[in-house]
Design a protein around this ligand. Sequence first.
Ligand SMILES: [Zn+2]
Length: 61
Amino acid sequence: MGIHGETTTVAEKRGQLGTVICARCGEVIDTLPTNGVKTMYGFCGQPECRARKDADEGDAR
Ligand SMILES: [Zn+2]
């Protein structure tokens, strides 16, 4: 009886990365080493995409 492999994801093999995505345009801003594969949202820095407190509530969840 052998050990029937554990399921290893590609992400685990390569090191776990979090992806930072612009909440506005969906552009990948950056990747960060994190504890687990995660997707985070930020703003890419374009004036159009910057977080504004002034009105503009895109999609309400
Ligand atoms: Zn953006």
